[in-house]
Design a protein around this ligand. Sequence first.
Ligand code: BTN
Length: 245
Amino acid sequence: RLGALEVHWELDSTSSELQRRLVDAADLSMVLAETQTAGRGRRGRSWLSPPGLNLYLSCLKRFDRGFAALSGLSLAVGTMVLRAIDSLGIEGAGLKWPNDVLAGGGKLAGVLVELSGEYQGPCAAVIGVGLNLRLTEALREQAGQPACDLATLATEMPERNLVAARLIAALVEGLREFERHGFAPFAQDYARHDLLAGRQLKLSGAQGHVEGVGAGVDARGALQVRLANGELRSIDSADVTVRRA
Ligand code: BTN
């Protein structure tokens, strides 16, 4: 069965819609909504989703190897979003590990990856992408964090449907690639857009507090940080703050 593309006018959340149909929906099913009444961000935050401006898209990807093998998936998805933006000839966007797509110091797109299933058996990822095309002043104020949109970066703003099509194509192709080869084929693209490389970073997470200089990511997508004593530390998950120079 092939994954369908569904376009809704309004949903609570495109990711919640796919979660409700996790058992039945075919691999690579896509759900797009013009507006969301309960758009979700990471860490329980909400994602403002007014109609007519931005893109709200979720995709279901099934994996048979278990989520032990999925490290680097959200980083790869960020890279896929960047590939879509690049393909439109729009420059100036970058990636902040683990899954922020930023431009001009503000958030251009948000990626929410939710895994369910088994650690070493069949599992599924619901991948939600919110891409800002055009932000209003009111939306910027409500966002609670600096935000950016494609209209600011583009010399000529592409058709909204073209942006959606490129995003869908980048996800379909990229997720198939990730299924076969993991994060490795994305490493080069990631490195070209790595906003943390060479920056002084402060990290806090399960591995405690760490300070050091961003040194890219490894083949699994773990962040590499060069500590003051020269040691290279691999970080699987953490909150990262860039220290001002
Ligand atoms: C983040 O916090 O950065 C992630 C935001 C993800 C938002 C998208 S919009 C489409 C999909 N549906 C949701 O409810 N959330 C994601």
